[in-house]
Design a protein. Sequence first.
Length: 185
Amino acid sequence: MTVSPDVDESERFALAKAALSQLPHCVVVVGAAADGERSCATATAMYVSLAPAQIAVALFPGSHTAKLVERSGELSVSVLTPAQQGVAAAAGRSAPSGQDKFTALRIPVLDAPAGASAPAVAGSLAVLWCRVVRRIPTGDHVLHVGEVVAHRTGAAEADALLRFRRRYLGVGRWTSDESPEGYPV
């Protein structure tokens, strides 16, 4: 369905939400810290380069998390498991003004390793700590490209939490063998 230019803004937004909900994606929490403040938000992430290892996350520029990323130039990306669906819901909400969102919403913290500053979500499938190397305005969000400076993986038997059609779901079953070496990650 195409959108006519004479459709009002609220209807255009509803149509965009319906269309974008058809894109399945991994559920991640972006963490940030600066000047003693910490915050986090759910986001969409993807890898954009293998050498150097880089990922991109889209953040709403008005969010406290995005402002901390801007100030620090760093972020963490925690890949959640189905057992962390409650963490995803909490990270998607606002915390009371001026409070540490991790503490206020009882999100378990994994401290950053040496050389990184952004807090992450403890118990995640994987965590990538990144230094922001590029920011690209994209409509109502800003795409932050981060170079991975450290990472940690969790239990190999865990699956990633997914979001599709405005619902959470698990990965399900494999439909192919593992990709051959050299095939993109």
